[in-house]
Write a protein that binds this ligand. Sequence first.
Ligand code: XMP
Length: 512
Amino acid sequence: SILIVDFGSQVTQLIARRVREAGVYSEIAPFSQAEAAFHRMKPKGIILSGSPASVPADGSPRAPQVLFDSGLPILGICYGQQVMSEQLGGKVEPGDSGEFGRAFLTVTEPCVLFDGLWAVGERHQVWMSHGDKVTQFAPGFRIVAVSDGAPFAVIANDEKKYYGTQFHPEVVHTPDGGKLIANFVRHVCGCAGDWSMAEFRRTKIAEIREQVGDSRVICGLSGGVDSAVAAVLIHEAIGDQLTCVFVDHGLMRMGEAEQVVSLFRNHYNIPLVHKDVSALFLGGLAGVTDPEAKRKFIGKTFIDVFEAEARQVGGADFLAQGTLYPDVIESVSFTGGPSVTIKSHHNVGGLPERMNMKLVEPLRELFKDEVRALGRELGLPEIFVGRHPFPGPGLAIRIPGEVTKERCDILRKADAIYLEEIRNAGLYDAIWQAFAVLLPVKTVGVMGDGRTYDSVCALRAVTSTDGMTADIYPFDAGFLSRVATRIVNEVKGINRVVYDYTSKPPGTIEWE
Ligand code: XMP
């Protein structure tokens, strides 16, 4: 296994992810707990992460000395490279100009990290994000790659098996970065590369059992992949100590509520409380048009219902959630900074304190596609696992203006046609999210020689890796006109269809 020492970089989890992709197990420990983690884990190698801190600044974090005394291979990334250099006797100084974003380095000497990848003299794209730089390296090191702004872009001490990169190999903008990390963990550290989601499943099950003991756990299902995977995994760990509660707000897509119920009751035989409260939700949404007011009402009502149901089943000590890594970080930007609330996200935040429950969040370190892989590993049907993300407040935030049962039904039909056509065209998996939006705008049309005056439906489809940024999906015109024709012909209440051509930013994925 690999110990990743976290100095607070926004992208430390990406290092763990790349290590997993290389088939190797890793754990992340904050620098202050790295020594304990090192003794517990007995890793084969160590990776030091980046950081918003500055090595020359007073009080900036250091790696525990025991890591250097251990004789294990170490890869330092960005701050990790700098802190390693400084702790081993080199020098780090604030640069007069930093390097941020895309940069190119030139390979000057062979290095095991570049095996099968980069040859001497070649130039390669990498992603930099640093102000400080190493100005004098520690004894025993040699330079193996340079960039304009970082003369020590990659340094190596082959005898000690210490390596340092000034750039970030873990981000996608360093196209070969994953392979570089794989070279480190497999060739330098000698990890076998046979770790898989099956292994993750076993480890997590053991962890859940240890955390929960013989207490009761309650899990809210949203109909989405994340909560379903979390619930199935936890059920595998603790069986019927888990109760799932599905608060059905009536704002789901076509057929989805039925699918959730059938998956849990029939496919897995997991105890499920299905609470149909659509009337309560639609009643409360009557007359509400402000997006934040909708979100707040739905979030609060969801919690109220969930809490009442949880008490009904006899209470629980733990609340299970399908929290993913992107939900944990505030923002994936390197510079960080406090993020502003664009939308108040709907989750069961606040509930654990209110009900005095502890959290079980087995998916906290995973990214969406890894959760899907785990779902497949757990035998969830493909239709469930591959499903596009769906927001907690459901269709309510895809119906600008007032939400009514009638408008939900209209939207569900249009959305189902759109998704069916996308699946038929074989495009579903290439798209991060596709959905229809029902606009509170009526326009005039003509059908069968008669005048119509009906609603406009907007179609949205985006590609994304994490939902933080997104690009529009460029359907061909034939596809869009086929969908538009079907929707207008088949859905009463819609007589016009438009396509949303806005990326994120400046748009958001959902309309509200
Ligand atoms: P936006 O609209 O902010 O959405 O660009 C980014 C991603 O988050 C989903 N989303 C939500 N997910 N609760 C959720 O669980 C919410 O309240 C919520 N609002 C948006 C959205 O579908 C997209 O995938």
